[in-house]
Structures are given as structure tokens and as C-alpha cells.
Design a protein around this ligand. Structure first.
Ligand code: PLP
Length: 389
């Protein structure tokens, strides 16, 4: 093992050599079922033949030009994303964090257009928006922020899933520009707000002239059985951030906007050397095509219902289980104790899973899992939980 990597990850003691669909193989040839998809990224599974074909074809033609010239695949991607979301314009970046940065910069521009000295964004407790200074400042976790002060200013924090708390901010500050929220909080432990919460936020934002921004970096792209999780409700944001599954593992992120937010930038105000290069953009176009043509949303909804049903019937009487929640194939099982050790126990049993907030088993399997794989995940996870003290 090399000592030359900065000490940022407590990596599990395994390295994978190849994958196929929901399966992974380590260096010794042992097979594992992937119930985390590289953190919600490989939604179409590993080594998807069409994605592989498109990547190698594009790599043989043109990987990168920078945005000094037109990039037709980036334009096609923008057309596809605006069609899916019903929005107007897209900025293509390289990660979720950068998509958030773009959205936050737009709130500053709009705030200054309104004559605000200190444009503010309302953010949520326990949220996660990334690790850059602005993104970690927006994030509602002391663990993420501690030691990186001074934080970027301009964030006003309220409890998640509490629309009254958002409405009350109007009395405290007259320089609010936007509300930033995850429709389902991922890192916080798969927290799903009550139906109607997002619609109420929309009403408040319309009354106050605030922009509504949805961070769908984790919850988007068929993960919950809709293109974007907010589409379960009758609500349209002003901006939306998307990343993770967008190119099935090729780094990419995007900020999608409509109305004034879509027209905030002019040349020179924002940019990225790599952002939206032909390789990443074409791969993302292919991923969206496959999601559409394979009717992935319907598949996810059906498989999600089966998995939730199975978990609930097997675990409902287990005293250690506090909650089983989520939507589609974004699944959280909250336990009454720290279950971080289950990651390595599961690994021994050939299952890759994730624990977030210390006591929530988080499952984000590839969206293409079949019935037998879903059953194997449920069975292994239930046995792990049943073995807890
Ligand atoms: C993963 C994630 C991010 C950060 O994305 P990166 O690609 O890691 O920069 C931001 N917001 C949410 C909700 C996420 O899940």
C-alpha cells in the first residue's frame, strides 16, 4: 500500500479489478454484489456495453477541445437535460460540487442585480452539498465544516422538512435570494420529507421572490423512479444540480436553470477547462438515452417497491430497526446503534454496502439490478441486522 496519497479516505480493505452489471470482482477473483454503485454513480451497472462502446469510440475521435469552440455533444446534452426537466439552460461542469458552485454564483449575481450587499441563501440542517469552501459552507454538518473556517458567508440555516422555518426567515433577513434543498437528503441518512413540503417551499419562494434550488445530485436520474425526485410532486425549481449518475462514472456535473437564473451569466463570468468536454458530454447523452429507452423509471419503481416490501416484512418486528425509508432504489435503514462495522462484515459476505450518519445502512444499488440480485441484497442485509446484539 502506498503512503503517498493524502489521508482523506478510510478505504475498505478491498480493490476491484473489473465489474459487470451489479457484480464486481476483486484482485483475487472473489465476486461481490454492488449495493452502492460507487455512491450512486454507476446507475447502469459496471461495464455497460453501450456506454463502453461510446466511450471508446469518442476517445478514438476526440476527448477534449475546451470551451474555446462549440461542443455539439454538450449542446445535445443541454437539449436533453432541459427537455427532461422542463427548464431553459444548462452549465456543464465536472462534479456535483461544481454544479453547486455554479448555482451559488448565480444567486450572487441575481442578489447583486437586486441591489443586495450580502445576498443570502437559505440552507438546511444535515444537508450535504460538497467539499469546496462554498459547498461545505452550505452543507449542514459540523463534521464537514470543522477546521475550514472562515466559512463562506451568506448562508441562513433552518431545519430540514420544516417549511414554516423557511417562511419565518423572511422576517429576519431582507436579502435572501434563494432556498437550497435536497428533495431527499442523502448523506443525512436518506431523509424523505412529507409530501407537500417541496410544493409549500415553492409557494413561499413565489411569495417572497426567492429562487428555489433543488440539489438532485444523489436523488436524480431515475434513482427514485422519476427523472428527478421533485417530479413526484407538482413543483418546478428555478435551478437544479445534477451529477453522480449522469455519465455512469465519467466525471460530470451540471447546473440546470430556468428564467432569470438561466440568463444570469455572460461570457467570462464562469467557466471550466474540462467541463462538458466531448467525451463526458457524449457519455451523458448515451446514459440518458439508455435510461429512457429501457424505461428505467418504471423498473426502479417496481424493484424499489419489492425491496421495501421485503425489508419491511422481515425487519418490522426487529427491536434495533428504527426506520426503513427512502424511495425507489434510494434506501435507508436506520438502526439504534453505530453500524459502521457492518461495511466490512458485509464485504466478507460478498456485499458492498454503505453506512451514513453512523447508524443508517444506505443502499444505492445499480438501477439495473434483477430480482435475484435484489433478493440477495435484502437477504444479506437482513441477516446482518438480525445478527446485531
Ligand atoms: C455527492 C453529492 C454532492 C457532491 O458531489 P461531488 O460530485 O462529490 O462533488 C453534492 N450534493 C449531494 C446531494 C450529493 O449527494
Amino acid at each position: 500500500m502506498s503512503n503517498h496519497l493524502m489521508n482523506t479516505y478510510a478505504a475498505l480493505p478491498v480493490a476491484f479489478e473489473r465489474g459487470e452489471g451489479a457484480w464486481l470482482w476483486d484482485e483475487k477473483g472473489k465476486r461481490y454484489l454492488d449495493a452502492i454503485s460507487g455512491l450512486g454513480v454507476c446507475a447502469l451497472g459496471h461495464a455497460h456495453p453501450e456506454v463502453t462502446r461510446v466511450i471508446s469510440d469518442q476517445a478514438g475521435k476526440l476527448i477534449h477541445t475546451a470551451n474555446l469552440v462549440r461542443i455539439p455533444w454538450q449542446e445535445k446534452l443541454a437539449d436533453a437535460l432541459t427537455e427532461i426537466t422542463g427548464m431553459d439552460r444548462v452549465f456543464v461542469a465536472n462534479s456535483g460540487t461544481e454544479a453547486i458552485e455554479c448555482a451559488l454564483k448565480i444567486t450572487r449575481i441575481i442578489g447583486h442585480q437586486r441591489g443586495f450587499d450580502k445576498p443570502g441563501v437559505i440552507v438546511m440542517e444535515n444537508s450535504f452539498h460538497g467539499r469546496s469552501l462554498a459547498a461545505l459552507s452550505a452543507t449542514g454538518s459540523r463534521k464537514v465544516q470543522a477546521g475550514f473556517e472562515p466559512l463562506v458567508s451568506g448562508f441562513l440555516r433552518v431545519p430540514f422538512a420544516d417549511s414554516e422555518a423557511v417562511a419565518k426567515i423572511a422576517d429576519r433577513s431582507n436579502e435572501v435570494v434563494a432556498v437550497l434543498v435536497e428533495p431527499i437528503q442523502g448523506e443525512a441518512g436518506v431523509k424523505v420529507p412529507e409530501t407537500g413540503y417541496l410544493e409549500t417551499l415553492r409557494v413561499i419562494c413565489d411569495e417572497q421572490g426567492w429562487l428555489l434550488i433543488f440539489d438532485e445530485i444523489q436523488s436524480g436520474l431515475c434513482r427514485t423512479g422519476k427523472w428527478y425526485a421533485h417530479q413526484h410532486e407538482n413543483v418546478q425549481p428555478d435551478m437544479l444540480t445534477t451529477a453522480k449518475a449522469l455519465a455512469n462514472g465519467v466525471p460530470i456535473g451540471a447546473c440546470v436553470a430556468r428564467g432569470a437564473a438561466a440568463d444570469a451569466f455572460s461570457p467570462g463570468r464562469h467557466g471550466s477547462t474540462f467541463g462538458g468536454n466531448p467525451l463526458a458530454s457524449r457519455t451523458a447523452c448515451t446514459v440518458l438515452d439508455i435510461m429512457q429507452s429501457e424505461d428505467l423509471n418504471a423498473r426502479v419503481e417496481q424493484m424499489g417497491e419489492r425491496m421495501f416490501g421485503a425489508f419491511r416484512s422481515r425487519l418490522q418486528d426487529h427491536p434495533g430497526v428504527q426506520d426503513i425509508r427512502g424511495r425507489g432504489l434510494m434506501i435507508g435503514i436506520e438502526l439504534n446503534q453505530d453500524v459502521n462495522h457492518l461495511k466490512t462484515v458485509a464485504l466478507d459476505q460478498g456485499l458492498l454496502l454503505n453506512v451514513t450518519s453512523n447508524n443508517v445502512i444506505r443502499l444505492l444499488p445499480p438501477l439495473i439490478i434483477d430480482q435475484a440480485q435484489a433478493e440477495q441484497i435484502v437477504d444479506t442485509v437482513c441477516k446482518l441486522i438480525e445478527s446485531l446484539e
